[in-house]
Design a protein around this ligand. Structure first.
Ligand SMILES: [Zn+2]
Ligand SMILES: [Zn+2]
Ligand SMILES: [Zn+2]
Length: 287
């Protein structure tokens, strides 16, 4: 598994931003202080999210996506799904792979309508391009809290406390079961809904990957992202109900500049609480 992008939508450093984190990250010689936008490779066939930095991250890390089959979209925000990336990925000399793209019912509905608009407008002068998405990509709506098979995996999704850009859309946090191991990717989300905790009771996680956009910044409890306080509360509750235990490996991703922490500072805050079984992820980290 490889983290391709561990930043939030504004990246770290945002070159237009003069905040403490961006200034220090810009000057830092530690590559772990520079974070691109969201994407994660489960393996060569399965990717979570397809943010705007996927192609450059793969080029930098020497990763081929020629075997890619499935993309699991958490939600429609452009740091997680950049349609231009999907378009550009398919500009291949060789035949690009056909892709199945999983997403929430609301995002699926939104993209169908968006696709109609794009076909009518942007492609008026390029009729050969119209319908390229449908030809190469199959968009598949996901029913939350329900298991479904994908490749050799059993997949399910819980609903995150985080709206997407389409009406009624909320993010999906995915559970992947393969070869007796369970990985949970919780990005983006605020504090979990009670039904999410309830659903997770039947799992023991080998790997938990969870967001922490806001680090040290205090938040209202209905905020649609995590800070360290919310993250610790969530991990403690998952531990109390047996979903997380001493053998669960935990990785923190989707880190934003408002949290006030560079990589090593975030790592120290995490490990002060849970020791070496938790760490701050960084772009290019292989686990
Ligand atoms: Zn995001
Ligand atoms: Zn900044
Ligand atoms: Zn988002």
């Amino acid at each position: 598994m490889i983290f391709l992008g561990t930043g939030a939508s504004e990246l770290i450093p945002n070159p237009l931003c003069g905040c403490d984190v961006c200034r220090r990250a810009l000057a830092s010689r530690d590559p772990r202080d520079k974070r691109c936008r969201s994407a994660f490779l489960l393996d060569g066939e399965n990717m979570i999210d397809c943010g705007p930095d996927v192609m450059s991250a793969c080029a930098k890390e020497g990763i081929s996506l020629q075997d890619l089959k499935h993309i699991f979209l958490t939600h429609s925000h452009s740091d997680h799904f950049a349609s231009v990336t999907l378009e550009n990925l398919q500009m291949c000399v060789t035949e690009p792979p056909k892709l199945e793209i999983y997403l929430s019912r609301e995002a699926w509905d939104g993209y169908q309508r968006l696709g109609e608009v794009l076909t009518r407008q942007d492609y008026t002068n390029y009729p050969e391009k119209a319908g390229r998405w449908p030809k190469q990509c199959t968009f598949i709506p996901v029913e939350p809290f329900t298991e479904f098979p994908v490749g050799g995996m059993t997949v399910s999704a819980v609903v995150g406390r985080h709206p997407g850009m389409f009406g009624g859309e909320q993010s999906l946090n995915y559970l992947f079961q393969k070869d007796g191991k369970t990985t949970f990717y919780a990005c983006d989300t605020g504090l979990f809904y009670p039904e999410t905790f309830e659903y997770l009771k039947k799992f023991r996680l080998d790997t938990l990957i969870i967001e922490c956009v806001f680090g040290k910044l205090p938040l209202q409890r209905d905020k649609q992202h995590m800070n360290l306080e919310f993250l610790f509360e969530t991990i403690d509750q998952l531990t109390a109900q047996g979903t997380v235990d001493a053998d669960t490996h935990m990785y923190i991703t989707h880190v934003g500049h408002k949290g006030g922490l560079l990589h090593e500072e975030l790592n120290e805050a995490l490990q002060a609480r849970y020791g070496s079984r938790i760490c701050a992820a960084y772009d290019g980290l292989r686990i």
